[in-house]
Design a protein around this ligand. Structure first.
Ligand code: ATP
Length: 254
């Protein structure tokens, strides 16, 4: 079994003149929670879409759970799942119908029980028979998270998993994801703009800017390197082009 859940080598994605992802290389160990951070347009969603096989890279290599995603992705697709507030589930179907359709696509053995269990876990029982299009953003996010957990994935890719959730629900979802990761030994890669979420959940942080990696370390090591008390300030340092604690001091006094 490969040690790495994700291996990315010199990944490039161009949209015409725009280079959304530029020679990106990184890996994520099995069982880790890794954050993909970066400002708007840094290339996070494009990267996640390529990891999922939804977008074809311009060049570069992606290996997921030991499989070459460009040649062999059907071998591992059933072990991966994702949730994104930017990818809608069919709106006219109820939440239950949506979850049942995806259960069948993933070949879940007892789909009714699985859907009922996740609905209870994610507190969406009362929403199950309402069309998805009628739900609030936060309610849709919870249904989408339930969808992402249907197949108990070995690798879970999350694009801003708590973006539209109220603070209490977001807190609860973070605990749920952490427990899921620990119980299953699953790997999670998440794109987030919520720095306290990243500090709390993630073992490792990949910082992106303009399609490239500008830094990579554990949250604790980043705090030390930039001499900051929280990841929010580290994010601002990196976004503003400071490279370490000395530069950060200049930034504070300037
Ligand atoms: P955000 O935090 O705002 O969600 P992001 O890091 O996820 O940003 P991406 O959505 O990956 O950023 O976008 C990276 C760059 O690629 C941006 O400049 C964006 O405009 C461009 N881009 C993304 N998708 C397309 C597309 N389908 N066609 C053209 N350009 C695109």
């Amino acid at each position: 079994m490969a040690d790495m859940a994700i291996k990315v080598e010199k990944l490039v994605k161009r949209f015409g003149e725009i280079v959304a992802v530029n020679e990106l290389s990184f890996d994520v160990r099995r069982g880790e929670i890794c954050a993909l951070l970066g400002g708007n347009g840094a290339g996070k969603t494009t990267t996640i879409s390529m990891l999922l096989g939804l977008l074809i890279p311009s060049t570069g290599k992606i290996e997921i759970l030991g499989a070459d995603m460009l040649r062999d992705r059907y071998r591992v697709l059933s072990m991966i799942n994702f949730s994104s507030p930017y990818v809608d589930l069919p709106k006219r179907l109820t939440s239950r119908e949506n979850l049942m359709v995806y259960s069948r696509l993933y070949g879940i053995r007892n789909p009714k029980e699985r859907v009922a269990g996740l609905a209870k876990d994610l507190d969406i029982d009362r929403l199950l028979d309402r069309p998805l299009g009628e739900l609030s953003s936060g309610q849709k996010t919870r249904v989408s998270l339930a969808k992402s957990l249907l197949n108990e994935p070995d690798l879970l890719l999350l694009d801003e998993p708590t973006a539209s959730l109220d603070p209490e629900t977001a807190d609860w979802v973070r605990t749920y994801l952490k427990n899921f990761q620990q119980d299953r030994g699953a790997t999670i890669l998440l794109a987030s703009h919520n720095m306290s979420e990243v500090e709390r959940l993630c073992d490792d942080v990949v910082m992106m800017k303009e399609g490239s990696i500008v830094d990579r370390a554990s949250p604790a090591d980043l705090l030390t390197k930039y001499g900051r008390a929280n990841l929010e300030d580290v994010f601002l340092d990196i976004a503003r082009g400071r490279q370490n604690a000395e530069d950060s001091e200049v930034g504070i006094t300037a």
